[in-house]
Write a protein that binds this ligand. Sequence first.
Ligand SMILES: Nc1ncnc2c1ncn2[C@@H]1O[C@H](COP(=O)(O)OP(=O)(O)OP(=O)(O)O)[C@@H](O)[C@H]1O
Length: 252
Amino acid sequence: MSTPVLQVEGLAYAYPDGHQALFGVDLHVHQGERVALLGPNGAGKTTLVLHLNGILEAGAGSVSVSGLPVTKGNVREIRRRVGVVFQDPDDQLFMPTVRDDVAFGPANLGLRGAELDTAVHAALEQVGMVEFIDRPPHHLSFGQRRRVAVATVLAMQPEILVLDEPSSNLDPASRRELADILRGLEVTVLMVTHDLPYALELCPRSVVLSDGVIVADGTTYDVLTDDTLMSAHRLELPFGFDPRSMRGLAGR
Ligand SMILES: Nc1ncnc2c1ncn2[C@@H]1O[C@H](COP(=O)(O)OP(=O)(O)OP(=O)(O)O)[C@@H](O)[C@H]1O
């Protein structure tokens, strides 16, 4: 099999106050996969994500992206390869126009002129936001800002797109539109979410992290229909939602 896009081996991490958040995490994600990272509050999901683009440095073990180890010396290339979309788009949008925000990353990578324009347009097209190119991001709705935040990352043509709670604060129509956009991308996706129906809709595979350890890794359908696993790790489906009703449709 090809080198995984994301290869996490025996990753352990303790915060400076001594709190051990990850205990030997192993995770391989291959090109084109869409994987949901599930787990209760405090499981270590954010801590794991912060290792993927070098914000945190492994205490033990290693993380590689398409074979390149995440180290201080490689952080610039790693941040091009790993695009993280944070939960709050306002953490990612800070320029006067949508164009400037989406251009920021590729301009930093050295793109100029027509090449930069093409990258900005292509990324905005992928999220259906080209018509907003000259608007100030703070005049857009929350759902539109989230789509622009995704475009800022896509403009760098990452090898893996990491999304932190992409469906949070979206109305049902925006939630579905974002799912359609994400499903249409060819990029590898790792999505942290508490929205289990969204995971089922979008991600054929789910990994469950609990108390800093991976406790399940399988099809999202199998994870969500494993009642013992679900209750042991505080995973609850919304009232009335039955994953079995989506059998065969999940993650398509
Ligand atoms: N800066 C920090 N210093 C010390 N401990 C921390 C720090 N950040 C997080 N932790 C602890 O590490 C553990 C994992 O936290 P993390 O934020 O990774 O969990 P999470 O799975 O992302 O949770 P949530 O679903 O609530 O976002 C928790 O026990 C948390 O209290």
